[in-house]
Design a protein around this ligand. Structure first.
Ligand code: AP5
Length: 237
């Protein structure tokens, strides 16, 4: 059965970190709307030019623009066995559009990663990303986040442990923009929890645990969601 997975959580909850792990473990593509938009900005495409200031200010790109981006991506053949969506949907309008895109494509598994605000601010202001390979690193207290390399010491040395590239801070990780992103999450994205909560394939995960524990909880939630869905289908047949 295809694994169509959506990961929802505030900025810094660990969605990107976990999506990279699940991509490797389940052999499905990771679709990160934030990464796609940042790539468009870096490449100077018309979309990138249009969204550059919006992302920099921590606001949301229009539903219309981002729905078009995701629709195109989900039409590609590599998502036949499923996908992990990181950063989409972020509004109820986007969630409704996703339901339409996935009609007839198997169940949508929804995991919400819950982390308190104080921890989010700490993580985001610590975070550094490699400007060459895009790897993400956290503070010295969060080693082994990507599962591929230890972050310990990387932030201090300023070099990527994977490829040696320069580590930089994301433009939207300044303390002021982080505060605005958290407000945007509360007002526009948090309502998605109620939108999805009634579905049998919905789970809430404690993202304050170590990364390995979060991954284990996610895999348990995925297995339970897919089992519930097939039981329901058998009962209907
Ligand atoms: P996006 O790139 O999606 O940013 P975000 O949702 O704010 O999420 P982040 O990437 O900041 O955090 P994350 O949850 O992925 O955490 P990470 O794993 O990196 O979006 C950027 C912008 O694009 C938006 O603001 C908006 O403008 C636009 N956009 C994107 N999608 C859109 C949409 N659908 N609609 C409209 N606009 C859209 O981890 C964070 C840090 O914590 C890292 O340093 C990591 O190493 C560390 N960490 C991870 N897990 C743990 C753990 N368990 N314990 C301790 N540390 C951890």
């Amino acid at each position: 059965m295809a694994l169509n997975l959506v990961m929802i959580g505030p900025p810094g909850a660990g969605k990107g970190t976990q999506a990279a792990r699940l991509r490797r473990q389940h052999g499905i593509p990771k679709i990160s709307t934030g990464d796609m938009l940042r790539e468009a900005v870096a490449a100077g495409t018309p979309l990138g030019v249009a969204v550059r200031n919006i992302i920099g200010a921590g606001r949301l790109v229009s539903d219309e623009a981002i729905i078009a981006v995701v629709e195109q991506r989900l039409a590609k053949p590599d998502v036949a066995a499923g996908f992990v969506l990181d950063g989409f949907p972020r509004t109820v309008v986007q969630a409704r559009a996703l339901d339409q895109m996935l009609e007839g494509r198997g169940p949508l598994v929804v995991v919400v990663v819950d982390v308190p605000e104080q921890e989010l601010v700490k993580r985001l202001t610590w975070r550094r990303v490699c400007q060459d390979c895009g790897a993400t690193f956290g503070g010295v207290d969060t080693p082994e986040l990507t599962g591929e390399s230890s972050a310990e010491g990387a932030v201090e040395s300023g070099r990527c442990r994977k490829c040696g590239g320069q580590l930089v801070q994301r433009d939207d990780d300044s303390a002021a923009v982080v505060r605005d992103r958290l407000k945007v999450f509360t007002s526009q994205t948090a309502p998605l929890v109620d939108f999805y909560r009634g579905r049998p394939t919905f789970s809430l995960i404690n993202g304050l645990q170590g990364p390995d524990q979060v991954t284990a909880d996610m895999n348990r939630a995925i297995d339970a969601a897919l089992a519930k869905d097939s039981t329901r289908n058998r009962a209907r047949a």
